[in-house]
Design a protein around this ligand. Structure first.
Ligand code: 4NP
Length: 161
């Protein structure tokens, strides 16, 4: 359930759960552990196409080059129970935010845009690297690291929900 205190569980959500949200989950897991933050982290997608599959090979490679292991990731689709299981749901872009708000029906964990929640002013939405080149995947890693810095700072500083 959502809490007035800082969230102790966060669900990151993109479209396919094979690029952006598994990356953010892995980056956040590593940096939250290093900061000594006890927070449960997970990711999923609003779409069903990749359920059960591993992360996109291009994302796995770019993440590994920066020291993040996505090899054990398996994609799953969001479901209504997630709004009860997690304290905070963070969407990678507006389309996913809208899909989540529709599913949430005003109940359970708050849903917000990940980058704004983490204090990143621009870009507003996490760019989807899926249809791009290797550079896009490298940029995704750099953006995830920048945003996770903000996330860690926010979790360290308390929660003003
Ligand atoms: P993600 O990227 O939402 O960051 O996992 C995508 C993955 C798959 C597709 C689109 C975006 N797709 O169209 O299959």
């Amino acid at each position: 359930m959502a809490s007035a205190d800082r969230p102790t569980s966060i669900l990151f959500v993109c479209l396919g759960n094979i690029c952006r949200s598994p990356l953010v989950e892995a980056v956040a897991r590593q940096h939250c552990a290093a900061a000594g933050l006890d927070v449960a982290l997970a990711s999923c997608g609003t779409g069903h196409w990749h359920v059960g599959k591993g992360a996109d090979a291009r994302m796995v490679k770019a993440a590994a080059a920066a020291g993040y292991d996505l090899s054990s990731h398996r994609a799953r689709q969001v479901h209504a129970g997630d709004f009860d299981r997690f304290d905070q749901v963070l969407a990678m872009d507006e389309d996913n935010l809208d899909a989540l708000l529709t599913m949430r029906r005003g109940r359970g964990a708050p849903v917000e845009l990940f980058l704004s929640w983490a204090g990143v002013d621009a870009p507003h939405a996490f760019p989807d690297p899926y249809h791009g080149d290797a550079d896009g995947f490298r940029r995704s890693v750099a953006l995830a690291e920048r945003a996770v810095e903000g996330l860690v700072a926010r979790l360290r500083g308390g929660w003003n929900g």
